[in-house]
Design a protein around this ligand. Structure first.
Ligand code: GLC
Length: 428
């Protein structure tokens, strides 16, 4: 890639992020997702820092302004009413000053905080702003372990597929069978009006998503009750790896700011959870798998969730096994990393989280591989991601066989990750 290519791609990426900027928060893409999403925002901030550090901090601060009193940070903040999205605030009915959803999302905040903090050029501002965010991020972690790990196993469960951020992954199919659909209010989807329905979740899945929302709403969104009352409780290795990594990164920032007790608490918790993650390892698959907490069984589904575990400091031999799986994928697919094993008959190359490549996931995977010493493969994932952008633009996700752009277009976090990829490859 020449210097002028780098410039062009950098400028295009900045343009996409700015186009979706609503002043103090950024929408994932206009039309399809007109509000603030939790993990989108944290990953977006990492990209924003390349052209506007102050704005990057604001992105995270806005998110945490809407933290619930119990510590949860919701997955959507409905800042401004927009009927182009379903389910909107009236369906969630969470009774918050600014309406929010009632579930959470992958906690990348601790990781993003460290990235912003360590790269910041304005040290005084970074220290002040990081210091203010630290206790809020810690409170969110406390919330996870108190409400989603009631037996203190060191692993937290998600209670809704949307919490994993991998909405329709094959990982949930079996557990979803136990979620009823009777009695849900009639509804009209809006996502299929913005994107190709064959790239989106099915109606059966949507009915179950909504049954869970209505069930939790009937319990008044009381987080002390939801875990045990949910027929869907899945321990996702990717999600837990993100929580572990964020805990360790939060500890590093706390240490740098002289908050040694906070650092020690969070480091210890991350270590305990890292050890517990081993419960999700499968020798048969050579990767981590989801655990269905209602049955106590590992879910036989080789998805990206198990590969994303490399984002935490897992043992080197585990990282090597994950690297082998990704290398094998690259033999049959033009673009890696697919969100599901292409050899599985359930794989669908264009359907959302059942096969497509997502750049945010590639970013976390290459970061983990690099930390584990798998540098060549990390570079390959990075290069491949940039090629995808060159070919298909800043889409929501891509078909791993053809590179075809799928879902929404001009996507914020895709653009933010491209800024990271350019920087990591030494091009900025
Ligand atoms: C979809 C994705 C989720 C993301 C959201 C907004 O629901 O599955 O991970 O946060 O869109 O981009």
């Amino acid at each position: 890639m020449s210097a002028s290519d780098t410039n062009r791609i950098f400028n295009l990426a900045v343009e996409v992020v700015k186009e979706n900027d609503r002043g103090t928060y950024t929408v994932p893409t206009k039309g399809l997702y007109p509000f603030q999403w939790n993990w989108d925002s944290c990953l977006t901030a990492i990209g924003q820092a390349y052209f506007d550090e102050d704005r990057a901090w604001t992105e995270m601060e806005t998110l945490f302004e809407h933290q619930w009193p119990d510590g949860m940070v919701p997955h959507i903040i409905f800042h401004v009413y927009d009927d182009g999205y379903f389910p909107g605030p009236d369906v969630w009915n969470t009774n918050r000053p600014t309406p929010t959803s009632g579930i959470t999302q992958p906690p990348v905040a601790g990781f993003a905080l460290r990235r912003l903090f360590e790269r910041s050029k304005d040290r005084a501002a970074a220290e002040r702003r990081a210091r203010a965010l630290l206790p809020k991020i810690e409170k969110w972690s406390d919330w996870f372990y108190a409400n989603r790990d009631p037996k203190g196993e060191g692993l937290v469960a998600i209670l809704h597929p949307w919490e994993a951020g991998r909405d329709n992954s094959i990982d949930w199919d079996e557990a979803f069978e136990r979620v009823p659909t009777d009695g849900i209010a009639p509804y009209t989807r809006r996502d299929t009006q913005h994107a190709d329905p064959s790239h989106r979740p099915t109606k059966e899945q949507y009915d179950r998503y909504l049954w869970l929302v209505e069930h939790f709403r009937d319990l008044n969104w009381d987080n002390s009750k939801l875990h045990d009352a949910s027929p869907f409780q899945v321990v996702d290795p990717g999600f837990n790896a993100i929580l572990i990594r964020s805990g360790a990164d939060l500890a590093a920032v706390a240490e740098a700011l002289g908050e040694t007790e906070m650092a020690a608490r969070n480091r210890a918790r991350a270590e305990k959870s890292l050890a517990a993650l081993e419960r999700l390892w499968s020798d048969e698959y050579g990767q981590y798998l989801c655990l269905d907490r209602t049955t106590g069984e590992l879910v036989k589904s080789a998805s990206i969730g198990g590969l994303m575990a490399v984002f935490a400091a897992i043992p080197a031999e585990r990282a090597a096994s994950i690297a082998k799986i990704i290398t094998r994928q690259a033999e049959t697919l033009r673009y890696i990393v697919a969100s599901h094993d292409p050899a599985d008959p359930r794989f669908e190359g264009k359907r959302y989280w059942r096969g497509p490549v997502w750049l945010i996931v590639n970013y976390m995977i290459q970061d983990g591989l690099r930390a584990a010493g798998q540098t060549d493969l990390a570079d390959r994932v990075l290069q491949n991601s940039l090629e995808l952008i060159e070919q298909s633009g800043f889409a929501e996700y891509y078909d791993p066989q053809t590179g075809e752009p799928c879902g929404g277009g001009r996507f914020t976090w895709t653009a933010a990750m491209v800024l990271e990829f350019l920087a990591l490859s030494g091009r900025l």
